[in-house]
Design a protein around this ligand. Structure first.
Ligand SMILES: [Zn+2]
Ligand SMILES: [Zn+2]
Length: 232
């Protein structure tokens, strides 16, 4: 399909895309371009790997590179979830995802085409703004104008990626339990990643003062009382 003809052609979203968007929008309480992008990425991954989606088994593992709306569309179309241990987040702050077929070890990483935002406008000539153009355009653009798919190879083994179920260790640093073989052995010590590499949190003896803000309703009532007292 040429870009020139795109505005006129506008095929309807496929059944799989429409179903994924319907479910994603109802869970998400709105439909936005990022959800469409996520669903399209998942559906392309299914075709690239020759897998029917959404999966009801654990054959497909997805690593997403950001969180947010994009993941909702993707997770529903792919049938993957964090709870099902088939969806993992490596937060690179990128709208991108890799899909791994655990049976064949084939993997594909899919990103939006760098020009997708601009091209979307040509697929939604009646759109009122860029957001709406992306929302509509992303549903109708052909894969090669919307997305870019490349085969990849995982750096770690699948077993390492998924972790070893039922494995349990005790951290020599903090004493907390570590499951799925996520512990690190350093200088003869078994450590959790927080103790080995530094945690995202610091222990605090109490909540900081600014964290205990007065609830808004109470604030208004207090201010009104003060005002009335001032007026006498
Ligand atoms: Zn959204
Ligand atoms: Zn620890």
């Amino acid at each position: 399909m040429t870009l020139r003809s795109a505005g006129r052609l506008r095929p309807r979203p496929s059944g799989a895309l429409a179903a994924a968007l319907h479910e994603s929008a109802s869970r998400h309480e709105h439909l936005c371009p990022r959800q469409v992008l996520g669903a399209r990425i998942a559906l392309l991954a299914g075709r690239e790997l020759g897998l029917r989606l959404p999966r009801r088994d654990r054959r497909l593992i997805v690593i997403v590179e950001t969180d947010g709306c994009f993941v909702d569309g993707l997770a529903i179309a792919a049938g993957c979830s964090v709870g099902g241990r088939t969806l993992r987040l490596e937060d690179y702050g990128k709208v991108a995802a890799s899909f791994v077929d655990t049976e064949t070890a084939r993997a594909v990483r899919i990103t939006p085409h760098p020009q997708a935002r601009e091209v979307a406008i040509r697929f939604a000539p009646a759109a009122e703004n860029r957001w709406q153009a992306q929302l509509i355009g992303y549903q109708h653009m052909p894969d090669d104008l919307l997305l870019s798919a490349n085969p990849v190879r995982l750096v770690a083994s699948l077993a390492e990626l998924v972790g070893e179920a039922r494995a349990r260790a005790r951290c020599d640093g903090c004493g907390e339990e570590v499951i799925d073989r996520r512990e690190v052995v350093r200088g003869g010590q078994t450590l959790c990643r927080a103790c080995a590499f530094g945690a995202y949190y610091l222990a605090a003896s109490s909540f900081p003062a600014q964290g205990r803000r007065q609830p808004v309703v109470e604030c208004v009532a207090t201010r009104r009382r003060a005002l009335l007292a001032d007026r006498g």
